[in-house]
Design a protein around this ligand. Sequence first.
Ligand code: NAD
Length: 365
Amino acid sequence: MSPSFSLTLLPGDGIGPEIMAVAVDVLTAVGQRLDLRFKFQSALIGGAAIEATGSPLPATTLEICRASDAVLLAAIGGYQWDQLPRSQRPETGLLALRAGLGLFANLRPATILPQLIDASSLKREVVEGVDIMVVRELTGGIYFGTPRGIFTTEDGQQRAINTMAYTPGEIDRIGRVAFQIAQKRRQQLCSVDKANVLEVSQLWRDRLTALAPNYPDVSLSHLYVDNAAMQLIRYPRQFDTLVTSNLFGDILSDAAAMLTGSIGMLPSASLGSSGPGVYEPVHGSAPDIAGQDQANPLAQVLSAAMMLRYGLDQPAAADLIEQAVTKVLDQGYRTGDIMSAGMTQVGCQAMGAALLSAIDSINIT
Ligand code: NAD
């Protein structure tokens, strides 16, 4: 019997439904070619959910997500909801989804596609061949540590406090995810910390080092975050998989992403220790181009490839999608955001149609 997967689709707002439609067509075509079955169920999140139910993450959406094998999310948000109280904003739905599914690991690949190399702000010889995965801890560290707040001291001075804290358990679980990701890549894991200054980083380094013998095929190295930031810009090709804490990962994953130069191409994944992960483009809902058939669907489609590789363990299907993306770029198709001289500008739907032709035509070995 062919493998079967139940997928929750969260199209969300803005360009979300347009790019999700392309991803669903692509998954269906890949399923037909590789004999995989996908059962899709759509649910509401973000502004669309606020309009229909008053909540940015209705309880039914979380239930549907929990019962599925993986969640494919497009994007949420729009100007019309920006004035609502924080608890009712679209972004709150996204944070509640991550918390509700226990997603503590955020995977952000930064891959330079040869066809888009000139979109990078760095020189061709620096970024050529870059293929980095940043694994960021998502639910701990200084963004969640207590005590936190702005206090008034006895002498009337204001004092603001945030706390960077990690337990061994929190470090070990993100460490294990990172080693496993590195095993599926080029078996090199670089852990980024500030162990020369911060005790929390010393514990981080000790725990990563202690995990390493369980993954003898992966070589582990350590870098201080200031050096890592410098090396990412100086010689990014040296990195395979990076693992780091919430704050450092927030910054380094955006820096790594910008090596590629184009937000419409960047997928991401958020994983927990069990249960479904959430796969989504890095970009937002792009309300400025929503409904105009101008959106680049490739980050969404590459998010579907990540879902197949890291969530459903279907590397051949992930490969097929990534090859199709390479092929349409080789054929010169570009949406407006990645357009350059001599290429053929297409809309979201035409890019989707080109992907389907590519999937049909690629030889499967
Ligand atoms: P954005 O990523 O939506 O857009 C930034 C710029 O990039 C815009 O000019 C947009 O047209 C362009 N762009 C983004 N994705 C594109 C695509 N696939 N194809 C072509 N062009 C693309 O960020 P923003 O404008 O700061 O935010 C818009 C809304 O999205 C806000 O409500 C924000 O809160 C929300 N947002 C959501 C997420 C998410 O869902 N994870 C992430 C970031 C922002």
